[in-house]
Ligand binder design. Structure first.
Ligand SMILES: [Zn+2]
Length: 190
């Protein structure tokens, strides 16, 4: 099993975590080996969803692309990426290139717009890379476009992340929120 490095939403310790893009950047060779047939090179890359599942065990389960729903309401997808539900994840959400991870126990504690935002933030990493502010922006603009994030919903997201103090990867919740409000109001898709 490859060493798992992951990035998060940055919220659990404060509120949110998820990701391995840095590991990729530090190991550019692994990128080309990702999905390749060279087992040895492959072993140095990020895990597949199946490898991750096997590694965490327990009651973690794999949700195929497009099959995830929150509160029995809305199916969510992130291209062809599956989602792993892992109750042991130390944050609400996380992502490796190729799949997303959510902690269903923590997700159960937040409102629907916040759930959608967390998922979309992780999805943003899939399409826009490791930058946290970009992933935040991707999420709120997607919510605006798809109609699931109102300004009230954005207020809920802001209340959710406001206790976050920030770390090496994430700005503080207040700063993230300021940036997201600007992004939400910006008609230009970033
Ligand atoms: Zn993130």
């Amino acid at each position: 099993m490859p060493v798992i490095k992951r990035r998060s939403v940055g919220l659990q310790r404060q509120a949110h975590a998820v990701f391995a893009w840095l590991a990729l950047a530090a190991c550019g060779v692994a990128l080309s080996a990702f999905g390749g047939v060279d087992g040895r090179a492959r072993a140095e890359g990020p895990p597949t969803a199946e490898e991750y599942l096997a590694h965490v065990g327990g009651d973690a389960k794999l949700i195929p692309p497009g099959k995830l729903t929150f509160d029995n309401k809305r199916a969510l997808s992130c291209g062809q990426r599956p989602t792993v539900l892992d109750g042991q994840l130390d944050d609400f959400g996380a992502a490796y290139p190729g799949f997303l991870i959510l902690n269903p126990k923590l997700m159960a504690k937040v409102s629907l717009p916040v759930k959608m935002w967390i998922f979309s933030h992780e999805c943003g990493h899939q399409f826009r890379g490791p930058d946290e502010e970009t992933a935040d922006c991707f999420a709120v603009q997607r919510g605006r476009r798809e109609g699931w994030l109102s300004t009230e919903g954005l207020d809920e997201v802001c209340r959710f992340i406001s206790p976050a103090k920030g770390d090496s990867m994430h700005f503080s919740g207040v700063n993230r929120c300021d940036a997201m409000r600007k992004c939400y109001a910006d008609p230009i898709v970033r």
